[in-house]
Design a protein around this ligand. Structure first.
Ligand code: SF4
Ligand code: SF4
Ligand code: SF4
Ligand code: FES
Length: 588
């Protein structure tokens, strides 16, 4: 790429041709405040005017996030005109903004407040009328409050880029413009899969998870026996909320914090993941050897299940009938665990800590219960857990490392840990399927062929003791659609497909801590490209440290089958651990 000569505040620099002023300035050590642009131009609508600068060759002020550099350009970021223009742009945004920051969940991670501080925006500089407000609290997963929207368009771009779904768009025109699913529908009544990817990129509190912290408070007040369980991906990201570098596993401190929040037991969903592999692996082998519907597709990602039910109702027989790991484990807590502890299941309250907003929707599905007792009662995201820890005054960084409760569901294997990353469910299943087909372990145990970090499609072909197993992996519905259309056309060559709703898998779930360069001064410059890889590495490292790395070797799983469930895929296992799906329109 050719280098261009530019000047910023009279100092000469070089920058790559094709860069915007914002990018060229950043490459040379300047942070120009910006709001509507996001991560390598994933969204560059140039609407907010927060990034205005003066530049020669341009008429007046230009939006640096979209304006390209040219040879000899002289840029003024710090001129009185540019400073005033940026400050006024933020003041205009604030004039039409519901500034109840003290109650806003985004406070502390709000990019609007960040640019207000950077530009010195004044209170009530342009007081005037406000756009009509649209609030949607109907969906279990996510909440929309347009009184906090800055019309940056990031959510629209993310939904399209990740899923090709285009759920969100600008409605109305001019001053009445607002962001919404078509016809101002609720997320709940639209084809939205409630994955929360739009929440992940929203710079303000306009899109948030539907918090269930209040439900947990109520359960404590009611004296319930509250059992908490945390998904693998949570430990790989929770530390970011407390200043740890991205990719720092904080398993021990997370357990200690959850215990100090008052949960009676703290369990790892990895046990549920091992259980899922026992059920799913058995189901796959049965389908392969007995002529069942192939390819079989994983079913642990509720965003994906929503997508399948709303878009590929004809392919639902391809989905594994297994519930997701936390739903399986919830069902075991409400049955076997309650029985062992002499408790009425109705007095037990299960809280799942998840990287995912769609899990909130999943746990409310009618089929997620046994004998009228819900499997899981509340789902909170990684971010909500951090909020609970901060609210309780727990100094996370000073906590000792503690271990999971070890009764009944304390053992877990490395196979369960890697469920949190794209390709992880596939690899975990293959470790057990390999053993079942050959009667021995694979050399080195791991299946690196199915690993990766991006959202594209990966595939592998394995010869296991003469049985050929073709597999494919996709995350994000845009990639999944390619595999699904092939199945529909009768062209699929695969036996087993892993699909996860969020690009990169659960480590990049819509409930994970927000990753923003502006709040991550101590991270590498390329952090927006590498954070998924770093979080994934935290899980692969935990897998490597385990002495047991295959689900079928988990002693407490073996005991659970011996004492309670019988065999994998038994009648009892089906009652508790399996589910059904229903084709539906994009709204119900
Ligand atoms: S989005 Fe930001 S500015 Fe708006 S209320 Fe929330 S914290 Fe305050
Ligand atoms: S939750 Fe997911 S599917 Fe729904 S609007 Fe947001 S990004 Fe799109
Ligand atoms: S909802 Fe959030 S991401 Fe979407 S346009 Fe509004 S401020 Fe931007
Ligand atoms: S950040 Fe450049 S116009 Fe919004």
């Amino acid at each position: 790429m050719a280098k261009l000569n530019i000047k910023i505040e009279g100092i000469s620099y070089q920058a790559e041709e094709g860069m915007t002023i914002l990018e060229a300035a950043k490459a040379n050590g300047y942070e120009i405040p910006s709001l509507c642009t996001f991560n390598h131009g994933e969204c560059n609508v140039g609407s907010c005017r927060v990034c205005l600068v003066e530049a020669t060759g341009a008429r007046g002020l230009v939006a640096s996030c979209v304006y390209p550099i040219s040879e000899g350009m002289e840029i003024k970021i710090n001129s009185p005109k540019a400073l005033e223009a940026r400050r006024e742009s933020v003041e205009l945004l604030l004039s039409n903004h519901n500034q109840n920051c003290q109650q806003c969940e985004k406070n502390g991670r709000c990019e609007l407040l960040h640019v207000a501080k950077l530009t010195g925006a004044r209170d009530n500089a342009f007081a005037g009328s406000h756009t009509p407000v649209h609030i949607d609290r109907l969906a279990p997963g996510i909440v929309r409050d347009t009184s906090k929207c800055v019309l940056c368009g990031r959510c629209i771009a993310r939904c399209q880029n990740a899923h090709g779904l285009g759920i969100l768009g600008f409605e109305n025109r001019g001053f009445s413009t607002f962001v919404s699913p078509a016809e101002d529908r609720s997320f709940q009544n639209s084809p939205c899969i409630q994955c929360g990817q739009c929440v992940s990129v929203c710079p303000t509190g306009a899109l948030m998870e539907n918090s269930e912290i209040g439900k947990i408070d109520e359960a404590f007040r009611a004296g319930k026996h509250i059992v908490a369980q945390a998904a693998p991906a949570v430990r790989a990201a929770l530390g970011e909320e407390f200043g740890y570098p991205i990719g720092t596993p904080v398993t021990g401190k997370m357990i200690a914090a959850m215990r100090r929040l008052g949960f009676e037991r703290v369990y790892d969903v990895n046990f549920g993941a091992d259980l899922t592999i026992m059920e799913e692996g058995t189901e796959l082998l049965d389908r392969i050897t007995n002529g069942g519907v192939l390819p079989m597709i994983t079913s642990c990602s509720p965003g994906w299940i929503n997508y399948a039910e709303m878009n590929y109702g004809d392919l639902l027989p391809h989905l594994s009938s297994c519930k997701s790991p936390h739903q399986m484990q919830g069902a075991v807590i409400k049955s076997y665990w309650a029985q062992q502890n002499g408790l009425d299941p109705k007095d037990v309250f299960v809280v799942s800590v998840m990287p995912c907003t769609a899990k909130k929707y999943e746990k409310d599905r009618e089929v997620m219960e046994y004998n009228g007792v819900r499997d899981v009662d509340a789902v909170i995201t990684t971010r909500e857990l951090a909020r609970m820890i901060k609210r309780a005054g727990i100094m996370f960084n000073r906590l000792p490392d503690e271990d999971w409760d070890s009764d009944i569901m304390g053992d877990y294997t490395g196979a369960g840990v890697i469920f949190g990353v794209t390709g992880g469910v596939m690899e975990a299943a293959l470790r057990t399927v390999y053993y079942k087909l050959t009667g021995k372990e694979r050399d080195g145990i791991v299946f690196t062929e199915v690993r990766g970090h991006d959202a594209g499609i990966r595939e592998a072909s394995l010869d296991i003791n003469g049985t050929k197993v073709n597999v494919a992996i996709a995350s994000g519905m845009k990639s999944a659609k390619v595999l699904l259309d092939d199945i529909r056309a009768g062209k699929s060559k695969y036996h087993f497909i892993e699909i996860m709703g969020c690009p990169g898998g659960c480590i990049n779930g819509g409930g994970q801590p927000y990753v923003r360069e502006c709040f991550l001064e101590n991270e590498d410059d390329d952090i927006m490209d590498t954070y998924k890889e770093k979080r994934a590495k935290a899980l692969y490292t935990e897998d490597e440290r385990q002495t047991l790395r295959q689900s079928h070797k988990n002693p407490q799983i073996i005991k659970l089958y011996d004492e309670f469930l019988g065999e994998p895929n038994s009648h009892k296992a089906h009652e508790l651990l399996h589910t059904t799906y229903e084709a539906r329109e994009g709204f119900k």
